[in-house]
Design a protein around this ligand. Structure first.
Ligand code: NDP
Length: 284
């Protein structure tokens, strides 16, 4: 006789990515299966014009939550009931959670990075340099500031974007931040503890693209992190390891942001090894 099972399915969804081959869907659905949850994580492509209707649909259909990606991370906020503190400061949401009758916006990108960093070092009191000032850098720098980093330096090619992020950190998060315009090879100052590539340089298929950093300024006591999950072993991380640095890859950050979302939706602490293995199948 077949084992009786419940057919009630709770659903999370992701907006904004092509439907085929979504690595996050694979990672989350593996974790649902591993933890015996009869849930689904669907990938739904939604146009900018339809975003409001899609969120109303989530409410009507009783979704537990979802992720949203570019180009919806900022626009989605006005369709939600509220955001948590850090997503409000960043002005960007990548994770939606139903709390009672409300849909609440979180941003797990930065928290995922902080969780990865904590496997090597506590951010409290650290001097951290972020290369880049886009969405990922914004999320990471706000969370690092809230987690107690002593000093944050934003290094970016576009001065306007870099200055704006340093201003946000200083004025809204209350963490004085410095902006350095990125021209030529950046030399990592001797007092820096953590260097993060938060740009899209090195993402497949441009896997040999070089992050303009003076490799001889990478000291063995420096932690070097990269947001790029595909491929996880970037040129920057290979160079850093050759210099004796400890490194963190973008796959770990992606798993950690998935762990945080999973916990928010289900109340269960998922096994990160199952999620990591799923992503490794995709990214190698
Ligand atoms: P954005 O487009 O918002 O920002 C891109 C940033 O990269 C900008 O600061 C841009 O500088 C900089 N940049 C791009 N190309 C160059 C270049 N050739 N030289 C110098 N700077 C450059 O992207 P996101 O911040 O949203 O994403 C960045 C990366 O982070 C993506 O590859 C994404 O896959 C990854 N990511 C990884 C996550 C994870 O969990 N591992 C989570 C979220 C993102 P400028 O302002 O001058 O244009």
């Amino acid at each position: 006789m077949p084992t009786p099972r419940s057919f009630k399915q709770e659903i999370t969804c992701v907006f904004g990515q092509p439907v085929a081959e979504n690595p996050t869907q694979l990672m989350i659905e593996r974790a649902f299966a591993h933890h015996g949850l009869d849930w689904r994580y669907l990938t739904l492509e939604v146009s900018t014009a339809d975003l409001g209707d899609a969120i109303r649909g989530m409410r009507a259909m009783g979704f537990r939550g979802g992720n949203c990606t570019i180009p919806h991370k900022v626009a989605v906020i006005r369709h939600l009931d509220r955001t948590n503190e850090s997503a409000g400061l960043m002005g960007a949401v990548n994770c939606i959670v139903r709390e009672g009758r409300e849909l609440v916006g979180y941003n797990t990108d930065g928290q995922g990075f902080v969780a990865s960093l904590r496997t090597l070092a506590d951010p409290v009191g650290k001097s951290i340099v972020l290369l880049g000032a886009g969405g990922a850098a914004r999320a990471m720098s706000v969370e690092l500031a809230l987690a107690g980093a002593a000093k944050i330096t934003i290094v970016n090619r576009s001065a306007e974007r870099g200055r704006e992020l340093a201003k946000l950190l200083t004025e809204r998060v209350g963490k004085p931040a410095e902006f350095v315009e990125w021209r030529g090879d950046y030399r990592v100052p001797a007092d820096v503890d953590v260097l993060v590539n938060a740009t899209s340089i090195g993402l497949f298929p441009d896997i040999d693209a070089r992050v303009n950093v003076a490799i001889d300024s990478l000291r063995p006591d420096l932690i070097v992190a990269d947001v790029i999950p595909n491929p996880p072993q970037t040129r920057l991380l290979r160079d850093a390891r050759a210099r004796g640095c400890r490194t963190l890859d973008g796959l770990g950050m992606l798993v950690n942001q998935g762990v945080i979302g999973f916990r928010l939706w289900t109340g269960i602490d998922p096994d990160p090894r199952v999620m990591h293995a799923a992503l490794q199948e995709v990214f190698g």
